[in-house]
Ligand binder design. Structure first.
Ligand code: COA
Length: 393
């Protein structure tokens, strides 16, 4: 694929088709795709079909197409990592490399499926109006509603979906909207190879004229509001964990109603490594879910869990092989979404209601401690270490 195919701007754009590639339509894709492997002829046909694409699918999708093409024709990424300043080639390399060792045949099938979703008129898409709304309202996430399910897609794949200040605000807004919309279930998932790498560490270095102490207080308030949105969320909230999860993306899972993970996902909350302390009510939910000593390994001693371990401990509801993950999860979710909406919401509220007050108190305490931690030398050194390491690569 020609390099000119990519005209990457400085920032990643939101694209409607990203959702088609990575989420809901995957149900359709996998239903037909898993059992069979695309032939060379189908692959060729898909390549030709791509040329007939009328609308620009956006850079994310183009990168995905590029990566699948390379994987299907050359196998796993075999070229040296370009420098960080070589943006276009770095983005392409990242996309290809993120496919890991998936076999050429699987990549070929995924390529064919992807082109099909982009070109086929049968693909269930949202109306252009809805897509326009989504595009204009959010920059770091993408929200879609279909078949009684509202999906919040964390959409900063180039940053492993790290949660920037803007993204915190946008997720809260999306949760507020989902709480009130007609959907039965709300799903949160990530775009790209990661589910989410947690708090964007540059939130700590980006200090304005307010000064470091006020910044820390503001961050504490932001986090408290963020976690409160999960505590108070009135209908079933499901995590579809498509890859590794770090920090607050892990701890907040204790407030989800069900969590489904690919076997490629890992769960890591390296708080003490970063001079910080637990958040997302995990100082309460984790010991409750898995017992104190197991929770301590994660929250105090930075133990990274595999998906299977997280499932054994009760943090994850069920794990699926990555090859069938999207198909199986969405099949399940579509079935759940047909259950009576109000019954589900009231049942969830009863379960949550028992400890809502407690959760808010825990949240407040955790945030208070973090405001202190963020100002500590231990934390500052750890954050500087992360960025120093990056700058030396
Ligand atoms: N905050 C800010 N930037 C982050 C980030 C985070 N939490 N996680 C990833 N990124 C950025 C990286 O800096 C990199 O940016 P660049 O391409 O401009 O250099 C990009 O996302 C890709 O990450 P990279 O580190 O190159 O990918 P990797 O596969 O080698 O490693 C992680 C992925 C998630 C293991 C690694 O980025 C990491 O350790 N991130 C920090 C996670 C963390 O500590 N979170 C907070 C917990 S409280």
């Amino acid at each position: 694929m020609a390099a000119a195919f990519f005209t990457l701007p400085g920032r990643w754009r939101l694209v409607k088709t990203l959702r088609l590639v990575q989420n809901l339509p995957a149900v359709k894709l996998h239903l037909s795709g898993v059992a069979m492997i695309a032939t060379e002829a189908e692959f060729e046909k898909a390549k030709n079909k791509l040329k007939t694409l009328k609308n620009d699918p956006g850079n994310e999708v183009k990168l995905r197409i590029y990566a699948l093409f390379k994987q299907a024709t050359e196998g796993p990424c075999n070229s040296p990592k370009p420098s960080m300043l070589d943006f276009v080639n770095k983005a392409k390399w990242d996309a290809w490399n993120s496919l890991g060792k998936i076999p050429k045949e699987e990549a070929r099938q995924k390529y064919v499926d992807l082109i099909e979703t982009l070109v086929s008129p049968e693909v269930p898409t949202q109306s252009e109006a809805t897509i326009a709304d989504v595009k204009s309202s959010f920059q770091t996430i993408s929200v879609t509603s279909e078949n009684n399910i509202t999906t919040i897609l964390l959409n900063r794949p180039a940053k492993k979906n790290a949660i920037s200040v803007l993204m915190y605000e946008e997720i809260m807004k999306a949760l507020e909207q989902a709480a009130k919309d007609d959907s039965t279930l709300t799903v949160m998932t990530g775009s790209g190879d990661y589910y989410c790498s947690g708090n964007d560490l540059s939130n700590f270095t980006d200090i304005g004229p307010e000064g470091v102490e006020q910044k820390s207080k503001n961050s504490g308030e932001l986090l408290k509001r963020y976690v409160s949105h999960y505590i108070d969320f009135p209908k079933p909230l499901i995590g579809v964990i498509n890859g590794p999860a770090v920090g607050v993306a892990v701890t907040i899972l204790g407030l989800f109603d069900a969590v489904y993970a690919t076997d490629k996902a890992t769960f890591h909350a390296p708080f003490s490594q970063l001079g910080q302390s637990p958040e997302g009510c995990s100082s309460y939910t984790f010991p409750k879910i898995m017992g104190t000593s197991k929770a301590n390994e994660i929250l105090l001693f930075n133990k990274k869990l595999t998906a299977a371990q997280a499932c054994e401990l009760g943090l994850v509801t069920e794990v699926f092989p990555d090859s069938t993950f999207q198909k199986e999860v969405w099949k399940k979710l579509h079935a759940y979404a047909k259950l009576p909406k109000n019954s589900l919401a009231f049942s969830k509220q009863l379960i949550r209601g028992v400890e809502k007050e407690k959760l808010h108190a825990v949240n407040a305490q955790e945030c208070e401690r973090l405001v202190e931690r963020w100002l500590s030398e231990e934390c500052m050194n750890a954050i500087m270490g992360f960025f120093e390491k990056k700058s030396k690569l």
